[in-house]
Design a protein around this ligand. Structure first.
Ligand code: TRP
Length: 334
């Protein structure tokens, strides 16, 4: 009895062993198939600094347009999308991985991502997307002829134009509160522009800077009551905490003028800004050109020139402001 049990056990074990060997073999085949498959696809790394509506719009529009250009994810290309969750160290790790694995192209959404990518590779083509000040941020040294391995799209805005709109809505402005992130060069350049405007027009700028999104609420609170309006540029950190800013400012009935439509949608009062769906499409066209053989450095940086007014009517009602009819007529829907 005991012997026949042992025999049965050994038979079972041999059977199991055979099963697992055949399993391994088929797994190996699968892997081999995968490797050959993905080595034919071009590897595109997308790096995004943080999760906020505008950057998500850009990415989605870019991926869609790439498919239209003949580069559908999973067919000719394979997209590896990574989000740094607002963390600088994550940005570096992500870009290092893209560079070490010899990706065919890197798309960097927003300035901090682009700066991290540029720091990791001098060979892999980098296409940046929505960088407010590509020159001041050290991404390229010439917008027309970037040279090297970098080009992209810019969402440069004018603090002056936004303030001109602010004056049409709330004419009595003497003190402007600038709310932004000190390490975002995209914001610093617009705030410098704001300071020049203020000086020319006899206005005062009071600054409240943050280093991460957890400081935004306190920074906004430090401004309300001391300024006539708050101004926040196209700042990724502030944008990711925009509902909090709106809450603080609306309670104090302080108008918030911002740099991007998504920040208006999330509670800001108004902006004069660009269409990020179009910017995403333009970025995709550059990516396609490069995948088709063009050198990144030979493609001029594209600055979006078409601007529109965006207004949040609910915010206006909440803070007791009437938006002039002529502004409303010019405004684009959110
Ligand atoms: N322009 C920003 C940068 O250079 C990125 C950005 C695009 C952005 N759309 C935005 C920031 C909307 C805040 C809100 O990094």
């Amino acid at each position: 009895m005991k012997r026949s049990l042992t025999l049965l056990t050994s038979v079972c074990m041999v059977f199991l062993l055979l099963l697992s060997v055949s399993g391994c073999a088929s797994d190996k085949n699968k892997n081999a198939a995968n490797t050959t498959d993905s080595s034919k696809k071009l590897k595109i790394g997308i790096v995004q600094i943080v999760e906020h509506p505008s950057l998500n719009t850009i990415r989605e529009s870019l991926v869609q347009e790439l498919a239209k250009e003949g580069f559908k994810d999973g067919e000719k290309i394979s997209i590896d999308y990574q989000n740094a969750q607002g963390d600088q160290t994550n940005l570096k790790t992500i870009c290092q991985k893209f560079a070490n694995n010899n990706y065919d192209l890197i798309v960097a959404i927003a300035t901090p991502s682009a700066q991290a990518a540029v720091g990791e590779t001098k060979d892999i083509p980098i296409v940046f997307s929505a960088c407010t000040d590509p020159l001041g941020s050290g991404l390229v040294s010439n917008l027309e002829k970037p040279g090297k391995n970098v080009t992209g799209t810019s969402d440069a805005v004018s603090a002056e134009k936004i303030m001109e709109l602010a004056k049409r809505i709330t004419p009595n402005i003497k003190t402007i509160g600038a709310l932004y992130t000190s390490s975002e060069t995209n914001s610093v350049s617009v705030v410098n522009n704001l300071k020049e405007y203020a000086q020319k027009n006899g206005l005062t700028v009071k600054e409240a800077t943050v280093t991460n999104s957890s400081e935004v609420q306190q920074a906004a609170s430090s401004l309300v009551g001391k300024v006539d309006v708050i101004f926040s540029p196209i700042d990724n950190t502030v944008a990711s905490a925009m509902p909090v800013v709106a809450q603080v400012a609306n309670r104090a009935k302080t108008p918030v003028y911002v740099g991007a439509d998504s920040m208006v949608k999330d509670g800001g009062l108004a902006t004069y800004g660009i269409d990020y769906t179009v910017l995403g499409q333009e970025t995709a066209k550059m990516v396609a050109e490069i995948l088709n053989g063009k050198k990144a450095g030979d493609i001029p940086v594209m600055t979006m020139s078409k601007m529109s007014i965006y207004v949040n009517k609910d915010t206006a009602t909440a803070i007791g402001i009437k938006i002039p009819e002529d502004v409303l007529k010019e405004a684009k829907g959110l």
